[in-house]
Design a protein around this ligand. Structure first.
Ligand code: GLA
Length: 387
């Protein structure tokens, strides 16, 4: 027997023995949660175009669902009145299809990352109501038709509900003169009209765990359905932290949404380990003021530049274990859990709500090796018994 074959045989035996000792524990997220929910990840063009093959391999090992981090937002697809840019989004969809993944389109109607010309005329004056309706209609028609059969689902409306359960007076809502429900209704109406029947249509939101906001989201879904519109699911974004939100709030959101009869998804999961970014995105913007750029503030606000201390690494692992225990216990109600990014280096949490920090919010580190959290997350599902 050649030396190479002996080596290979020895390797296979070691793997087999270790699997036996581990009680056939799954080595990948999608395997561990197979039969529970899809495992998703938001990806950027580098993972699709082969420029970072190690990241692509890691992605394909662990995930069976993808979300586009920025490629399908209005500013990416339609950056100028006469400009359409479908290339990167098409590559994203082809990648997902080629690898048999669930492919999400994200997002059609949002106040953010949407160019001003959607709401104003070339001379800068505000568009009339009719013009706005037509802009929204034709945008949704063009995009949804282009990606028909390429995406499995759309986040139709993103983040339109306010913390108090009303509507946020931003973007489309502001342009429409404050009628948030009308904007959501029109967006779902056009998505219902132009999307193939087997393309699912979702509402996606952050801080859904907060009772007042949850109520607003539930009311919105009920109203849309009462108006005869198909709403297939609600995404709970899950930009969370080491200590918030409380388990009871998360469980209540999952349960109340599931009771509506919609699919419930955890869509943008990350765990912020840095100070002063309570609730993921609220506090901290003013800390970018020059007065806070002093050394003493920097040390306080960006404490783990040179690496994550063991004690925080453990807190992160415990937090992820706690969250996946909740998700696994609610697996009958959850359709998908998606991380917002593959590894710490690709996370928006390094730039928000304070720019230029070093955060550690995901299961994989910058060098693509796993945090301790991965093993904890993999260990939660009960091993499947042989048929
Ligand atoms: C929101 C959006 C996402 C992304 C994240 C942060 O939650 O839905 O597309 O922009 O913020 O990056």
């Amino acid at each position: 027997m050649k030396a190479k074959s002996i080596f290979l045989l020895a390797f296979v035996c070691i793997v087999a023995v270790s699997c036996e000792q581990m009680g056939h524990k799954a080595v990948s997220l999608k395997e561990a949660y197979d039969g529970s929910f899809k495992m998703g990840c938001a990806i950027n063009p580098f993972m699709v175009n082969g420029r970072n093959p190690e990241a692509t391999e890691l992605l394909l090992t662990h995930f069976n669902a993808i979300s586009p981090d920025n490629a399908m937002k209005p500013e990416s697809l339609h950056p100028g009145p006469e400009v359409w840019n479908f290339g990167p989004a098409d590559s994203y969809c082809e990648f997902g299809r080629e690898h048999g993944m669930f492919v999400l389109g994200h997002t059609l109607c949002w106040h953010n990352q949407t160019p001003e010309f959607f709401w104003t005329r070339p001379d800068g004056t505000p568009k009339s109501r009719e013009e706005l309706v037509e802009t929204l209609r034709s945008y949704i028609e063009t995009v949804v038709t282009h990606f028909a059969g390429k995406v499995d689902a759309w986040d139709v409306v993103n983040e339109i509900v306010a913390e108090d359960g009303g509507f946020r007076d931003l973007g489309w809502v502001k342009a429409f003169g404050g009628d948030g429900y009308e904007v959501a209704r029109l967006a779902f109406q056009f998505a219902n009209e132009y999307a193939p029947e087997n393309t699912e249509l979702y509402y996606n939101e952050f801080n859904v765990w907060r009772p007042s906001k949850l109520e607003g989201v539930i009311n919105l879904v009920r109203r849309l359905r009462a108006d005869g519109l198909r709403v297939d699911g609600v995404g709970i974004q899950a930009h969370w932290g080491l200590n918030y939100p409380k388990t009871e709030y998360i469980e209540s959101a999952i349960e109340q949404l599931a009771a509506l009869g919609v699919k419930v998804m955890i869509t943008e999961l990350d765990v912020d380990v840095l100070p002063i970014s309570k609730e993921g995105q609220v506090i901290g913007r003013s800390l970018q003021d020059p007065q806070f750029q002093l050394e003493e503030f920097e040390e306080f606000l960006d404490p783990y530049k040179d690496g994550l201390p063991e004690e925080v690494e453990t807190q992160l692992a415990d937090r992820y274990e706690q969250l996946f225990r909740i998700f696994y216990d609610h697996r009958d109600q959850i359709d998908r859990v998606t991380f917002w990014g593959l590894h710490d280096g690709a996370s928006w949490k390094n730039g928000s709500p304070i720019s230029g920090r070093t955060n550690y919010p995901l299961l994989f580190k910058r060098d693509l090796t796993p945090h301790k959290a991965l093993a904890k997350v993999l260990a939660i599902p009960e091993p499947k018994t042989a048929e």
